[in-house]
Ligand binder design. Structure first.
Ligand SMILES: Cc1cc2nc3c(=O)[nH]c(=O)nc-3n(C[C@H](O)[C@H](O)[C@H](O)COP(=O)(O)O)c2cc1C
Length: 350
């Protein structure tokens, strides 16, 4: 057994143990996640893993998205706000990270339980209707200022969300006031399926355009528009066409898929909402289809959804995708990143 396999096995057992206990006590997967995060912080896991994955030592992995160069094409998708967890994943070799979507004001999100692990064909997935809880943009800025994550040498993105166009503008303004955020790229989360307004921005391309123009007046940095797998191909093409009218604007193809909760929960699992966003391996087919649909626009695409193997990444890169975003697999087995980087670089596994 290699050292990597030993760590993967240890992680799997720890996850099962914590999951079993927290599930029995609370029936809420979010408690499992919070316990895992507390352990990552308490045991200073990011320190132990700082530089462990070393994508910088595999120069063939370097990938530009316009003028932003990612040391590896594997990045942390916007889904996590626990900065120590993100630092752990970057240490394992993620070439960049986008922080969880932030809104202008602090928000509690939807009532719990609003996150569960579900099984499809024997494989773990996540079902979430968190509803974008968070500290608001001012809270995020404060926590980022003090955290070593931003000195780890990988590009970082801020995901912006809101219920109105004015909300997006407000977040952009708050970010613009902080010079230490000048190097961050911005991602627009236009798929907020668990908030009151639904997927409205997908249906309002003129609003997306207004937000992009607003950002462009203030910043010259990469802008990413994150589109939903639930959007029609025609709508995806409309948004891609919009992106091509600007400099340094691209698309992130993929988000959670809206699903009826009752179809996915097992006996005894509780959930407060009737619909939620599914993530994990079942999404990959649609992610690849979106990448193929968007290929003719020749944008340096990001693709996110269902990535669980290096072959998935290769298949996406073959359709012109530059970098990929990963969420569920980082929860299930973050050590996959070490393996994938080596497989993509064609160098022996550790
Ligand atoms: C718990 C959880 C929270 C998420 N929060 C966000 C978010 O705040 N903003 C966003 O754009 N996507 C969010 N996502 C979607 C992920 O970024 C990603 O697009 C999706 O999970 C599909 O990728 P995966 O199959 O690798 O998980 C979230 C996903 C999960 C599982």
């Amino acid at each position: 057994m290699t050292w990597l396999e030993i760590q993967e096995t240890g992680y799997r057992w720890m996850r099962r143990g914590i999951g079993g206990i927290m599930n029995a006590l609370t029936g809420d997967y979010e408690s499992t996640v919070h316990s895992g995060q507390a352990l990552i912080t308490a045991f200073r896991i990011p320190r132990w893993y700082r530089g462990y994955g070393h994508p910088q030592s595999l120069p063939s992995l370097q990938t530009p998205v316009f003028d932003v160069v990612f040391p590896s094409p594997i990045t942390v998708a916007a889904f996590e706000s626990h900065l120590d967890s993100i630092a752990f994943w970057v240490g394992l070799g993620c070439g960049g990270c986008c922080l969880k979507t932030i809104k202008p004001q602090p928000a509690k999100g939807n009532p719990r339980p609003r996150l569960q692990q579900v099984w499809i064909q024997g494989v773990p997935h996540l079902l979430n209707a968190l509803g974008l809880p968070g500290p608001g943009v001012a809270g995020l800025i404060e926590s980022l200022k003090a955290h070593p994550l931003r000195h780890m040498g990988v590009p970082m993105g801020l995901s912006i969300g809101g219920d109105t166009v004015a909300d997006y503008h407000q977040v952009v303004d708050a970010i613009g006031d902080q010079s230490f955020l000048d190097s961050f790229y911005l991602e627009l989360n236009i798929s907020c399926p668990n908030t009151a307004t639904g997927c409205s921005l997908h249906d309002q391309v003129s609003d997306i355009e207004a937000i992009v123009r607003y950002i462009r007046r203030k910043r010259d940095r990469l802008i990413v528009i994150k589109v939903s797998p639930d959007a029609s191909d025609d709508r995806l093409r409309d948004i891609a066409s919009l992106a091509t009218q600007f400099d340094k604007v691209t698309l992130n193809a993929g988000n959670t898929q809206r699903r009826a909760v009752a179809d996915l929960l097992s006996n005894g699992q509780a959930f407060q909402l009737s619909h939620a966003g599914l993530s994990g391996p079942a999404l990959f087919e649609r992610t690849l289809a979106m990448a193929k649909c968007l290929q003719p626009f020749q944008l340096p695409l990001i693709a996110t959804g269902g990535i669980t193997t290096a072959d998935h990444i290769r298949a996406l890169r073959d359709t012109g995708v530059a970098i990929v975003g990963v969420a569920t697999q980082l929860v299930t087995n973050p050590f996959s990143v070490v393996r994938w980087n080596h497989e993509l670089a064609g160098s022996p596994k550790r």
